[in-house]
Design a protein around this ligand. Sequence first.
Ligand code: SPD
Length: 281
Amino acid sequence: MQLWYYEDYEDGVKLGLAAKEVLFRDKSDFQTVDVIETEAYGRMLLLDGLVMTTDKDEFVYHELISHVPALNHKKPERVVVIGGGDGGTVRELLKHPEIKEIVLCEIDGMVVEVCEKYFPEIAKGIRDPRVKLNIGDGIAYMAEHEANSLDLVVVDSTDPIGPGEGLFSGAFYNSVAKALKSDGLMVCQSEGLWHPPAVLQRIHKNVSAGFAHVYPYIASIPTYPKGTWSWTMASKNAIDVKKFDKARLKKIEATNLKYLNEDLMTGVFALPNFFKAKLKF
Ligand code: SPD
């Protein structure tokens, strides 16, 4: 009998994926953790029943959340990743030789363990000597962080429900801004284009409370709700996104990027009118 997995978007729409088998299912101190082998997208990680990553389309999310901010910073050396326990963001960031240290602060140790076992290609950077794994609360970590000391903070969170909710608050973004140097950058995943305006506006408003300049960008991810996703890069000083470091991109492209190229480094910042209207951008 065919096994089906459904993610329910709560507005009469569901994503249905045919599954071959359930490889892992447990409840951590924070959430349910599932790994399912799907027919179309390979292995898929779900937290509290929501799709986080799949073998087949993970590259879009991880390349975009990592290289867009890293190449818009002139020399990212000290980096913190909040969330991101699957390791995909760290794997991409490690392609930047300028980066000397990445603190990976993931609240849920089970996510790291499970991803290292079932998603070795995604998680392969977690034990790199430049990575310091910190199993703990990202909100407390940022609130207590030394001020004016980081180049890049990547908020690779779950959705704004459950353990990830506080990572979308104004107080959190303020603590990130405080920990960043004046030319530092933050990026966060900022939910889907088709989400209700209230959800998107709240994220946009809260990021804008911490940062004078915000740069939302978008791409298609077939296994995320309604297929198109957004990220928001933010800074204290204005950035010209057309002036990203092309020479460094060329070197990173040689590591076999599957999504990003020179055109898309600026193309991802082109936003449809309905989305700008939802954000009040
Ligand atoms: N609704 C899906 C949002 C998932 C965002 N985080 C994905 C984690 C991948 N490293």
